[in-house]
Ligand binder design. Sequence first.
Ligand code: HEC
Ligand code: HEC
Ligand code: HEC
Ligand code: HEC
Ligand code: HEC
Ligand code: HEC
Ligand code: HEC
Ligand code: HEC
Ligand code: HEC
Ligand code: HEC
Length: 279
Amino acid sequence: MRILIPCLLFSCILAAGAAILPAVAEVEDSDCAMCHEEVVAAYQKTGHALATVKDGGAGCQSCHGPGDAHIEEGGDPDKIIRPQSLSPEASSDGCLTCHGRRENHFSARQGIHRLGEIGCIDCHNPHSAADAMLRAEGAALCSECHQAVTARFTMPRSHPMADNGPGCVSCHNPHDGRRSHPSRIATEVCGRCHFEKTGPFLYGHDTTLVDGCSTCHEVHGSTGRHLLVEETQVNLCYSCHGAGVTPGWHSARRFLGEKCTACHTAIHGSNTSQYFLEE
Ligand code: HEC
Ligand code: HEC
Ligand code: HEC
Ligand code: HEC
Ligand code: HEC
Ligand code: HEC
Ligand code: HEC
Ligand code: HEC
Ligand code: HEC
Ligand code: HEC
């Protein structure tokens, strides 16, 4: 019976692909060390093991499921949960049994990474002693899957990444994909460092009239000055303000090579001029 019950549990878990269940207290985590001495020793340095003391943390069996059958069968790898062989949803739901409750920003169940079938353990290695148990540091982690984006940071002009500049995660929350929406990024994220650009203004141009900063800026990197999406500023402005919308004396020819912002200096918004003419 002692062997049968966990076996039945496993078949349920694996068949349904459901969340990892809490441990049955038949085996102590310390028993794992008998055969996995190195793994257990390395684990003591991880954030989870350190948290165990003060905070409950996560033990071996919180992620690998009850170990009785595994041990009784002399370490049969089919009798223990291997999170890396579950679906990303199933293994992440295991993490979220604790983190879904603990962290209010983990709306990861709706997140873009979840929808893209990326699970927690694609970015985190629970056996690593690295910061936040990340598989790689900084942009290197993201580069593994987003080469096209990281390549933009080597363009002639790019958003600074080092020193006081933002890394990927100062603009993107990897746990909440909804933040990738430009308007939200503008008000919530860009404003943290460029608050003079986000207003609120009596006459706003940026987030009020157009859909956020990235309508005009390619924030990762571009060939245009000030990270503008068009190399020539006039082309950018005329992409929305065609003939007939600007006053008659604003002809494309007249302003060729000139900057509209020579006069419209308060291009992001103004409290005094509806035409963004003064700062
Ligand atoms: C009696 C020895 C023994 C004990 C005790 C033991 N294991 Fe194992 N375990 C093994 C052997 C043997 C393997 C298969 C060979 C390997 O991959 O190291 C294995 C494999 C595993 C695997 C799969 C490794 C992979 O390749 O992904 C996991 C996970 C695992 N054990 C976790 C545990 C946990 C958690 C405990 C404690 C609850 C535990 N083991 C206790 C012997 C043991
Ligand atoms: C049994 C509960 C539990 C489970 C299951 C669990 N965690 Fe944790 N985790 C904790 C606790 C407790 C902490 C420490 C306090 C905190 O940061 O909330 C923590 C901390 C962390 C940290 C921060 C560690 C650091 O060094 O700052 C990461 C990252 C993490 N967990 C990822 C995961 C991942 C990925 C999974 C699934 C593979 C997982 N956790 C499963 C309870 C759990
Ligand atoms: C927070 C969840 C979590 C906890 C806690 C955890 N593991 Fe793991 N374990 C994993 C994941 C995920 C992998 C796969 C790692 C990978 O893909 O590189 C893994 C891999 C393993 C492996 C096979 C890979 C290797 O390094 O040999 C063994 C054995 C293992 N764990 C045993 C243990 C033992 C023993 C404990 C307790 C000391 C433990 N695990 C605690 C999630 C966890
Ligand atoms: C796309 C990569 C990625 C995925 C997927 C991911 N994380 Fe993270 N996680 C990170 C990064 C990067 C950090 C460090 C954030 C920072 O430095 O601001 C982090 C930090 C954390 C932390 C510690 C800091 C904090 O915010 O409390 C926890 C806990 C955590 N992640 C849990 C999870 C869980 C649980 C999942 C799955 C539901 C998950 N992560 C999925 C990249 C990821
Ligand atoms: C293991 C691969 C992987 C890693 C690592 C990864 N991502 Fe992703 N990411 C994806 C996938 C898959 C999607 C789903 C959409 C897609 O296909 O581009 C996605 C989507 C996104 C999106 C939304 C894209 C959109 O079109 O709105 C952003 C933003 C993002 N990731 C940022 C990051 C950041 C920042 C990191 C590093 C902390 C990171 N990713 C690490 C695979 C990954
Ligand atoms: C200065 C803030 C900022 C930084 C830093 C940043 N991003 Fe973005 N990212 C954005 C904005 C804004 C968008 C939306 C662009 C749009 O809608 O045209 C975006 C879009 C994305 C997308 C989806 C669209 C696309 O271009 O594929 C991915 C993936 C992404 N970023 C990944 C990353 C990665 C990886 C890094 C780090 C190497 C990074 N971002 C750094 C602000 C930033
Ligand atoms: C309608 C197009 C447009 C939108 C929307 C826009 N910008 Fe700009 N931005 C510009 C132009 C044009 C310049 C160059 C101004 C110049 O030539 O002096 C610029 C310059 C900048 C500069 C560098 C110059 C300086 O004054 O420091 C920053 C930083 C900046 N924008 C941030 C933002 C942020 C943050 C947002 C979103 C809140 C935003 N922009 C939205 C058009 C736009
Ligand atoms: C963590 C702080 C931080 C965040 C968040 C941030 N930036 Fe920046 N940004 C900088 C720094 C630092 C520079 C380089 C110094 C400078 O030129 O002002 C810069 C430069 C720029 C420039 C180029 C300025 C020029 O004159 O060439 C633009 C445009 C810009 N940021 C727009 C944005 C937008 C849009 C967002 C939101 C998607 C954003 N930034 C988010 C810190 C940040
Ligand atoms: C993505 C589209 C878009 C781009 C690009 C754009 N604008 Fe606008 N702009 C608007 C919209 C929409 C309004 C509101 C128009 C209205 O109410 O008639 C506006 C309003 C204005 C106004 C105030 C006009 C009024 O009638 O109140 C001026 C001046 C202006 N833009 C100048 C510029 C300049 C200069 C550039 C280039 C740096 C530029 N715009 C780029 C969409 C854009
Ligand atoms: C020499 C200064 C100057 C330059 C350069 C300039 N403008 Fe203007 N713009 C003005 C003034 C002044 C107004 C106020 C209305 C008027 O005088 O007719 C104005 C008004 C506007 C309006 C509002 C029209 C309306 O009636 O609602 C738009 C849109 C506009 N400009 C776009 C542009 C664009 C796009 C460029 C670059 C191609 C540009 N401006 C370059 C001075 C300038």
